[in-house]
Write a protein that binds this ligand. Structure first.
Ligand code: AMP
Length: 399
């Protein structure tokens, strides 16, 4: 069975084609600058060099058509006919409280996702555009939606209710939702497999640290708390997002700097985080390099980031009443030896002990704690696309 996985942004579209017999990626690529000058598709067949084609791509429908042409291409394609395509799985950011698992994208589901647009005004419209484009180009191929918020729907009310007037929860759905659910699900289950223990018996803190970052408490395989909130702005410090701040800062900055709500939104989402503190870059590689040269604010950015991660690990261990494993994933979590070491430093009292030699790993699965460490610390490259492909296969095979 061949399944196409799509992650659609407002001007981009990432895709992977899976052969589900061996769970192999046959081809993948990226359509960029949709609706903008200089649009292109970069496609690579597994084992071959990527091919980039610049061509006008006015909308997502044209983008999808180009993806299908690339998949059917004689030299770098992997399909002989579109009949081979069994289903399409989409990453969808926000399903509110409507869906706690992946679902087949039927008209009433799409209507429900449209109702979630006020909760994710930047993401859901783009995801829906991708779904509509596939429906137009491949009307007979079943589609499945896999939601970033779904895994966190198991959080108890005590973890998701904000202390603002309760009526806003009832009226607007104001609450913590959490994001990166597919990644937290994947790495927590993979950690259980790597440790050879049933996930039902494990208390795990999963640290998804990338451009956007979130940390989740996974107790017995269920998310019971997570650091992102109503939006993906909350939690640990991110590349350009501020993470947790005193909410009173918003009105303070609005008044003192005479900033509009739009400008504040921009400031906290795009000019804060590691970029805001370091003044150099949002990219951790640049910050590590500058800190290595002794640049004080880059050093400080690393300290603020890792102090925040440490606080979440401690808080979630307390919330779960124990801790068996900590997992690091995503761009920073998989690659930054320094961030992992600094975040775990001083946590020996919790039973966390990193082995420096094992911690030198990048982008591959490894246990990086010492043999004596009571808590296992793991690096696990995330694979959200594989979860989407598996859920899609399961749902289209059900009837
Ligand atoms: P992601 O959002 O998961 O793609 O993560 C992207 C971030 O990972 C980048 O902004 C970098 O800060 C970080 N990153 C990627 N590779 C490395 C590396 N080798 N060392 C440190 N950070 C890295």
């Amino acid at each position: 069975m061949k399944i196409l996985v799509i992650n659609c942004g407002s001007s981009s579209l990432k895709y992977q084609l899976f052969d589900m017999e061996k769970e192999q990626v046959l081809a993948k690529g990226l359509v960029e600058r949709i609706g903008i000058e200089g649009s292109r598709i970069k496609h690579s067949k597994t084992g071959m060099d990527a091919v980039t084609t610049e061509t006008p791509i006015p909308n997502h429908r044209v983008g999808i058509k180009l993806v299908l042409d690339a998949l059917l291409d004689k030299s770098h394609g992997v399909l002989s006919s579109l009949e081979e395509l069994a289903a399409v799985g989409h990453r969808v950011v926000h399903a509110g409280e409507k869906f706690a698992t992946s679902v087949k994208l039927e008209p009433k589901v799409l209507a429900a996702l449209k109702e979630c647009i006020p909760l994710a005004p930047l993401h859901n419209p783009a995801n829906i555009m991708g779904i509509d484009a596939v429906s137009e180009v491949l009307p007979r191929v079943p589609q499945v939606g896999v939601f970033d918020t779904a895994f966190h729907q198991t959080m108890p009310r005590s973890a998701f209710i904000y202390a603002v007037p309760y009526g806003y929860y009832e009226k607007y759905g104001v609450r913590r939702y959490g994001f990166h659910g597919t990644s937290h699900y994947y790495v927590s289950h993979r950690a259980a497999e790597m440790l050879g223990r049933p996930i039902e018996k494990l208390k795990i803190v999963t640290c998804h640290l990338g451009n956007g970052s979130s940390i989740t408490a996974v107790d017995g395989g269920r998310s019971i708390d997570t650091s992102m909130g109503f939006t993906p702005l909350a939690g640990v410090v991110m590349g350009t997002r501020c993470g947790d701040i005193d909410p009173a800062l918003v009105s303070f900055l609005a008044e003192t700097e005479k900033l509009s709500m739009k400008e504040l939104d921009d400031l906290l989402n795009k000019k804060s985080g590691m970029l805001g503190i370091s003044g150099i870059s949002s990219d951790l590689r640049d910050i590590e390099e500058a800190a290595g040269r002794g640049e004080a604010r880059s050093k400080l950015a690393l300290q603020v980031l890792t102090c925040g991660i440490k606080k979440y690990i401690g808080a979630y261990a307390a919330e779960m009443g124990g801790l068996d494993a900590v997992v690091f994933t995503a761009g920073v979590g998989e690659n930054s030896v320094q961030v992992r070491a600094m975040a775990c430093e001083g946590l020996e009292f919790l039973g966390i002990e990193i082995d420096n030699a094992r911690n030198s790993v990048r982008s591959k699965e490894a246990v990086i704690s010492t043999d004596a460490s009571k808590v296992r610390v793991l690096v696990i490259p995330t694979n959200e696309e594989l979860v989407i492909a598996r859920d899609t296969r399961r749902l289209v095979s059900e009837n």
